[in-house]
Structure formats: C-alpha cells, structure tokens
Design a protein around this ligand. Structure first.
Ligand code: ATP
Length: 323
C-alpha cells in the first residue's frame, strides 16, 4: 500500500504536466508561485519544471562588476575612436541600475520551439548565456531537465546544447572542416545530409569539389545568411537534444529569408529549439513566444495570442507588416 500512494501521485503529476503543457498561459502562474509553496502543491510546479528541457524560475541577474567595467572600458575606447573621426556615439551607460534580468520565468518544454523576442537590450542574449552557464543567476533558478543548472558541471551541461551564434563566422578550410568541428568523425555523406537539411545543397552543386571545396575567396563565397545556415548544419551534425540559436541580424533577401525559415523548421523537427528571433517571420509558428522588455517578460503565448494581448508584440508585428 505504501508504494501505491507515490505511484498515484506520480500519475497525478503526469496528468497535471500534460494539462499544463497544453495551456502554456497557465504555466506562468505556476512558475510565479514562491518556491516555499512547492510542498503544498504536489506535482504542480516541480513536475512542470521537470518535464521541461529548460525552466527559468524568477531569474534575476546582474553582470559581475569586473565584466561591467571591462565592457564600459571597451565602450569608452570605441567612443573616443568615433569622436576622433567625428562620428556620433552613444551616451555612456548609466551606472545606477545594472540588473538586466528582473524576475524572468518561462519554460521550454521538451521537443518544443520557443522564441525570445524584444527590443535591443531586453536581455535575450543574456538568457542564452545563463542557459549555458557562462554566468549563474543572482537570484532564482534555472532548471535543465529538472536539475538546477548549478548542480550540473559545465561541460556536461554544454554537451546538451548546440549553440549557433549570431552572424556566425566561418573558419579557414573546407566546408567539411567547418562542419566537422564538433563531430570530427562525421562522414562526407553525413555532411551532405545536414547541408541539404539547411538548404545549402546548392553550394555542393555549384562547386565540383563538393564538401571539400574551400570556403572563402578561393572557393565558395557565402552570404551572411548562408554562413549562419552552415553554422546550423554544424550544430545539426553534432545532434544535440537542444539547439540554442541567436538568429542572424544580417539582412536577408526574400529567398534567403525563406531558406533560413526552412532551415530552422528542419532543425526544429525532433529537437528542442530556443531561438532569439530578430525577424518575426521566423517565429510565427513557434509553440511559445516569450516577449521581453527591459529584463522582464511582458507577454508569452502564441503569435495570435500575443497580437491580441501584448501591445509591444503587436507593435513589433505591425512594424514587420504581419498584421
Ligand atoms: P540585442 O537584441 O541588442 O542583442 P538583447 O536583448 O540580447 O539585445 P542583452 O545583450 O542580453 O540584450 O543585454 C541586456 C542588457 O545587459 C543591456 O543593458 C546590455 O547593455 C547589458 N549587457 C549585455 N552584455 C553585458 C556584459 N557583458 N557586461 C555588462 N552588461 C552587459
């Protein structure tokens, strides 16, 4: 009998997970509950977070002083260079309030596609650096597969994620060299498969050397969007369960934009995807969109829910001619 009770509550927990996953709006309420309340809520907040690839629970963060100082020094140097050539430069950042995440809660359910959107400086990149534990939260917690990220050794944690940075650089060498960085044993056929998955098959066709073609001036010239798709292909080859993608800010023409969207769709199949989206056209089909402003979540939901509920999102959508 003693065993039956935990089993029953475990089944209850699974049911509540499914219900919660089906109604992402309510998850926000669950995550907002103070941690001490967990004991009174069997199978709710912990179960929801356990079922998620990533869960942010009331995360607050300020960059460490030495990082802020180094950044300010670099910015001051840039300003003096700009002043020398008589170009306008931004005002120095204010010293007073350095908290860049102010109580951020959201979850990335396993196998889902979640997008972070919001104006410059809202905290999107900071969120990805916290997921990868370049820093730890000043307050609150980040759970990875239900485990507090602070309990996971950094290399073990990072092995779960493939990270595709913004405007990813290519390395000197061949296309295959670029792809095999994270998976040296991959065959040529594997390389070709991932290239086609991200819509770079034509790069093979336009060069007789195929994956052995050098990248750059002596070989295959790649546009900004193509370089990022190459980086996505590299991450695909390593087959991480979760892909973190900081979408390229370089402007893309219609064809490249469509190809990028298809590449992201290919990546999102069978995988968890957390993407910083600079173009709303790549996020409209996301399972969940988290809207950030000034270190806070100001809305989360699907595209149509947010158009109805969140003025900032509606403005972003209007600007990008989607509504
Ligand atoms: P963008 O779309 O421009 O990349 P973002 O939403 O990704 O913006 P973050 O880069 O996360 O925003 O920045 C959030 C805040 O943290 C900003 O005020 C920024 O100035 C500050 N910040 C970012 N990186 C650092 C750093 N290394 N040291 C100190 N402050 C930082």
């Amino acid at each position: 009998f003693l065993l039956v009770q935990p089993l029953a509550s475990a089944i209850g927990a699974i049911t509540s997970v499914n219900q919660a996953l089906g109604a992402l709006g309510r998850i926000q309420e669950v995550l907002d509950l103070p941690l001490e309340d967990e004991g009174d809520l069997p199978g709710t907040s912990t179960a929801v977070a356990d079922a998620a690839a990533i869960a942010f629970r009331d995360v607050r963060f300020r960059y460490p002083d030495h990082v802020v100082k180094a950044r300010e020094a670099a910015a001051a140097e840039a300003r003096s260079v700009l002043a020398d050539v008589h170009l306008d430069s931004a005002e120095p950042p204010t010293e007073t309030d350095r908290e860049v995440l102010r109580g951020v809660s959201f979850i990335v359910p396993r196998g889902s596609r979640v997008a972070l959107v919001g104006p410059s400086g809202a905290g999107k990149s900071t969120i990805l650096s916290l997921v990868e534990r370049f820093y730890d939260p000043t307050d609150g917690a980040i759970l990875i597969d239900g485990i507090d990220a602070r309990e996971l050794p950094r290399d073990e944690l990072r092995a779960r994620f493939g990270y595709v940075e913004q405007d990813a650089p290519t390395l000197a060498g061949t296309i295959a060299d670029n792809l095999r960085l994270a998976s040296p044993a991959a065959s040529d056929a594997d390389c070709e498969r991932v290239l086609r998955a991200v819509n770079l098959g034509d790069v093979l066709e336009r060069n007789p050397l195929g994956v052995d073609a050098p990248v750059g001036e002596d070989g295959v010239m790649l546009s900004g969007g193509e370089r990022q798709r190459l980086a996505i292909a590299r991450a695909l080859l390593a087959a991480p369960p979760v892909l973190l993608l900081d979408e390229s800010t370089s402007s893309l023409d219609g064809v490249n934009e469509q190809r990028m969207r298809e590449a992201i769709d290919a990546v999102a199949t069978d995988r968890t995807l957390l993407v910083i989206a600079h173009r709303l056209s790549t996020v409209v089909d996301s399972d969940l969109i988290v809207v950030l402003q000034d270190g806070r979540v100001v809305g989360q939901g699907t595209h149509s829910e947010l158009v109805a509920s969140t003025p900032l999102y509606r403005d972003l959508a209007k600007h990008q001619l989607l509504v």
